[in-house]
Write a protein that binds this ligand. Sequence first.
Ligand code: HEM
Length: 401
Amino acid sequence: MPKTIEFNPLSNEHTTNPYPLYDELRDHAPIIVDSLMGFYMVSRYDDVREVIKNTKVFSSRAMGPELIASTLPGISEDPRFLTQNIVGCDPPEHTRLRRLVSAVFTSRRIAKFEEEVRVVTNQLLDEAETSGRFDFIEDLAGPLPVVVISKMLGLDPDRWRDLKRWSDDVIEGTAGDPFNMDVDRIQASMQAQFNYFRSVIDERQAEAKDDLISELLRAHSEDDKLTLDEVQAFATLLLIAGNETTTNMMGNAMLSLLRHPDQLDALRNDPSLIPAAMEEALRYDTPFKSVMRLTLEDTTLGGVSIAEGSIVMLLLGSANRDPRHFPEPDIFDIRRGSKEHFAFGYGLHYCIGANLARLETRVAFECLLERFGAIRQASKELTYKPSLVLRALEALPLECR
Ligand code: HEM
């Protein structure tokens, strides 16, 4: 039997700073059943990698149908974007979907959006400057990803507040505090989002445009083609998956830099260091802190027996601070030069939007550093959203000159 220790991963203490608990888990109970959810928590780098690689035993269904069943038992509608989605399925379905969508959501298409990302960033910074107060999350890191992906998909960017609200509600439903959930509100958002995407897809079927939804409708390889439900599921996932995660990446990166002013100065002096700094920020304060898998048969991991049908939670944020893999992992060093972190996952399900998140974050920091000679944290009080999955700052007020 694995060791059981009492801890509440949703407690304020843990969501504010999970790293002392991660240290304890890696050193004393690297595979442990948590007493709150009954999940197997895996905290060491090598164990996380072993699980992700073994897709025959550790199924991604835990990121789809089983996730809905465990976190949203009250939801009656079939939230198709998750039950029929790429992130929640295994080979061979996953291989087929990944091939079809990768042909559309390409690095080239993403790179072509750089100028658009810059324009949106500068508009948001203009608005923040005019208002006289600047919350990094509310004014920049929150809206930027949702406006950008709306434009790419061909949604109405003026409706970004609705799109963000629906997407945030869905994220709360799947990654929030399962003991404290407004299921009616979440269900209403899922339905509204479903209806909106269906209407846009109907329009694009009638008349294609130069956007991702039209491209997905066309997507085919040899004799295979995405179904309408698959197009809707993937388009919706692009909105949801790339939204709050990128916000959190930017927020956590900004905070790490504010806490290491010498490194913020180094970036100002040499903006070519920004991409490396973003990789280090992803490792140091991982925004998507855990992913889940479902065991399809009895198995063992690190000498611990795990029964078929168990949920295994891979603590990416802990693996990224594992001293067995990263020397002096608690030091934030923008020149570390390691890209071996798990912030975007690993293997077959490696994040399809990683290059978009990197592009948005790089451009946001370039624009910010160009515009302001001094950036300071305006309040030392920080609150994080209660979540097993996301490391999400509620707000990050700044003083910028
Ligand atoms: C910093 C921002 C982001 C982080 C930290 C992040 C993190 C992740 C992680 C950890 C996974 C792997 C999940 C697993 O193994 O079960 C993943 C997969 C995925 N991400 Fe991201 N992501 C980010 C941004 C984005 C963006 C911008 C998009 C799209 C617009 C996106 C779309 C996806 C999709 C579609 C998958 C599923 C891929 C598959 O199952 O083959 N992500 N992401």
